[in-house]
Design a protein around this ligand. Structure first.
Ligand code: FES
Length: 182
């Protein structure tokens, strides 16, 4: 009966004492007791494969910044007492325009809108002197009754007899529409 040849798989070092260890061809061998021709001998065991340290994968994947969640726009809420009086496009920057709309009481009312460095301003076209309706003129907002003159940018008094500026309203632009609260 032919035995497999162990020559190639046996350590070349001599097995001298029990527990002796040696590495050979990637295996760790231990010296153990064995039998040969009825005698107790020392021999190398079958060996254990020495684990090869795998290269550490130090490159930890960096979490790619996720795209920022899109914030859904808040729903547009127009208050009950807000009155749409013009389109935003109708009041360009550095301009003053007049519009007529019904106020919350249903009364036809003339309003003046101005857009400038102070922002968008909504004014009542009613003269605070005696209640006439001011109109846009070359010199400003002019009252036809007693010639009071108001600043077209903000309604401030430029000339009497009016003592008070034009009344202002809360104004808001929502999706291209100008609303005032009156
Ligand atoms: S009512 Fe406007 S100036 Fe008198």
């Amino acid at each position: 009966m032919a035995f497999p040849a162990f020559a190639d798989s046996t350590p070349t070092a001599k097995c001298r004492f029990l527990g002796q260890k040696t590495s050979f061809k990637g295996k760790l061998y231990t010296c153990i007791k064995g039998k040969s021709k009825g005698k107790t001998i020392l021999k190398w065991d079958s060996g254990k494969v020495i684990p090869v340290a795998s290269p550490s994968t130090s490159q930890t994947p960096t979490a790619s910044p996720s795209s920022s969640p899109t914030v859904s726009p808040e729903p547009v809420i127009v208050k009950k007492n807000e009155i749409p009086i013009a389109k935003s496009s109708e009041v360009s920057v550095n301009s003053t325009q007049s519009f007529t709309a019904k106020n919350s009481n249903g009364s036809e009312t003339k309003y003046i809108l101005a857009r400038n460095s102070e922002g968008l301003i909504a004014m009542d076209a009613t003269c605070p002197h005696q209640g006439c309706t001011v109109a846009i003129a070359a010199s400003g907002l002019l009252c036809p009754c007693h010639n009071a003159l108001f600043d077209p940018k903000n309604g401030a008094v430029l000339r009497g007899p009016a003592s008070y500026p034009l009344n202002r309203f809360e104004v808001r632009e929502v999706e291209g529409v100008i609303y005032i609260t009156d």
